[in-house]
Design a protein around this ligand. Structure first.
Ligand code: TMP
Ligand code: ASP
Length: 239
């Protein structure tokens, strides 16, 4: 599949056209940002890890009946995906209080919920990705009521699948962010990526952070954490 003109460059990925109007190539970069791009840096090797991890997890989700944009890994940093129009919602599922939840509600990080939470942010960098609820999403016409229901159903199911997968790697899935898109026929599929950039992953025993919080919070050992989490997934899913 030939890589054609670049369509878009985001903070962590570039997107290219292909010969097929229904397929795109994404290329993962080592660039890292936080706080809506205020903090910038490089995490060496991150692009390779995020590409491979996201693909493995999306393949797992597909095998469990969740439709995704994933088609085929092309190289260490490049993947062929189905073209979607992104639903401009960041969907966040949480199992344990951390990050903005801990801050907003004055809860200590690490408090385990009786059941997972879900929240939406409006994907709009200029507005700083403000939180919004399902009614706001309808008012803004970013999704239909049926699409919002589908997105919620898939998100909780994805949480169950990923939680179990990470548990068998000795990792606690604290929270994560998903993005969904529409295929040309309107089908909702999981898009974007699932990686340590978009998930909080703690060692189950020590609670050591093995994700992008090491970069966001200047904890050091960023590259080592990405390598460690990838190694655990590979050992668990088979090399
Ligand atoms: P938060 O606690 O900062 O709201 O983050 C919740 C989860 O979402 C965490 O796993 C990191 C992820 N996330 C992104 O993937 N992109 C973002 O822009 C933000 C703010 C969070
Ligand atoms: N990716 C987001 C940004 O640059 C934030 C984050 O992951 O913390 O701003």
């Amino acid at each position: 599949m030939e890589k054609k003109e670049q369509l878009y460059e985001g903070k962590a990925k570039k997107v290219f056209k292909t010969d097929d109007p229904e397929l795109l190539i994404v290329e993962y970069k080592d660039d890292a940002t936080a706080f809506n791009g205020l903090k910038k840096g490089t995490i060496h090797g991150k692009g390779i890890i995020n590409n491979q991890m996201s693909n493995r997890l999306m393949a797992l989700l597909e095998s469990e009946g969740i439709p995704t944009h994933f088609v085929k890994e092309l190289s260490q940093r490049e993947t062929l995906v189905k073209k979607v129009s992104i639903v401009p919602l960041e969907v966040i599922v949480r199992n344990i209080a951390a990050g903005s939840f801990a801050k907003h509600y004055g809860v200590e990080e690490g408090v385990v919920f009786d059941q997972p939470t879900i929240e939406f942010s409006y994907k709009n960098d200029a507005l700083g990705d403000p939180l919004l609820n399902g009614y706001h999403a309808l008012a803004l016409k970013v999704a239909t009521p049926e699409e919002i229901e589908t997105i919620k159903r898939y998100s909780f199911r994805i949480n169950d699948i990923l939680k179990a997968c990470w548990l068998s790697c000795g990792v606690t899935l604290v929270d994560f962010k998903l993005e969904f898109g529409r295929l040309s026929d309107g089908t909702i599929v999981l898009a974007d990526e699932i990686s340590p950039d978009t998930s909080r992953l703690w060692d189950s025993q020590t609670h050591e952070k093995l994700d992008k919080d090491r970069f966001r919070r200047d904890l050091g050992g960023v590259e080592e954490a990405y390598a460690e989490i990838m190694k655990r997934l590979e050992e668990n899913m088979g090399g």
